[in-house]
Design a protein around this ligand. Structure first.
Ligand SMILES: [Mg+2]
Length: 263
């Protein structure tokens, strides 16, 4: 054994240990799976079930995402002959039915092989689960839908290894509010400053940053033009992104924003 001049009473404090990467939190929609078009398709099946002739093209849906936020059901209700008193109940039923359709379409395509997790997701998740770092999911989806889609896409074993899955119905405010990510950290007993979020949209990244967490982004198709200022790194996808690389970036992130070649 070599005698080190630093052995004995001297303690060398590694300042980076004050902010260790303890928990990786992934978003679901758009980050694990490219799902945004399934929302549009589910709306179109819903319109068919309602006897409506309208259908939303990708352009129609994209425009609504950019300008209307959560107002899509208000628009649909305006097409139906509903009294004011009935509107809330009808809107709730339509939302529930659209969620059923959305999950059914995704699970069907996952089973047939027409849909798979985005490149690199499963490998990175398995690597994190084999390490001492925790892995969790924070999704705006309702809980049952998030769990069903996660199981269909990643398998039961991986999903059961997650530290927690927090969903839209666990919190009062949706992203960009940081509530969902703060709840994940709280349930895992980890400080927000020790969490790294993986997101696909600008508003998802804002939720992570608002929670005091670091964030890497892998923009989904409809979010490529979002602003990602403040992200630790932007990747085309997670292929080739390993935990060692994430830890190195984490250590190097001291008030600066390193960039990757694929920006
Ligand atoms: Mg997303």
């Amino acid at each position: 054994m070599i005698d080190s001049p630093f052995s004995g009473n001297i303690v060398i404090k590694d300042s980076h240990n004050d902010m260790a990467l303890e928990l990786v939190i992934s978003d679901l929609d758009g980050t694990i799976l490219e799902t945004e078009d399934y929302h549009r398709r589910a709306y179109n099946v819903l319109f068919e079930e309602l006897g409506l002739t309208r259908r939303w093209s990708r352009e129609d849906y994209s425009a609504r995402l950019a300008t209307m936020g959560g107002g899509k059901f208000r628009e649909i209700i305006s097409w139906l002959d509903q009294s004011e008193e009935e509107q809330e109940e009808v809107s709730r039923k339509l939302y529930a039915r659209k969620t059923d359709l959305y999950v059914d379409l995704i699970v069907k395509d996952l089973r047939s092989g027409d849909l798979s997790p985005r490149p690199g997701v499963e490998r990175l998740f398995e690597e994190i689960l084999e390490s001492e770092t925790l892995l969790a999911v924070g999704s705006a989806c309702v809980k049952w839908a998030a769990e069903k889609v996660l199981e269909a896409s990643l398998g039961t074993t991986l999903v059961e290894s997650l530290a927690t899955v927090c969903a839209g119905d666990d919190v009062a405010a949706k992203k960009p509010d940081p509530a969902i990510y703060l709840l994940v950290a709280e349930r895992c007993g980890v400080k927000p400053a020790d969490c790294l979020v993986v997101e696909d949209t600008g508003h998802g990244m804002q939720a992570a940053l608002g929670a005091g967490m670091k964030c890497i982004v892998t923009p989904s198709e409809l979010a490529r033009n979002d602003s990602f200022a403040g992200a630790m790194m932007r990747f085309e996808n997670l292929e080739g992104v390993g935990l060692t690389r994430l830890r190195k970036m984490w250590m190097g992130e001291q008030g600066r924003v390193p960039r990757d070649g694929c920006l």
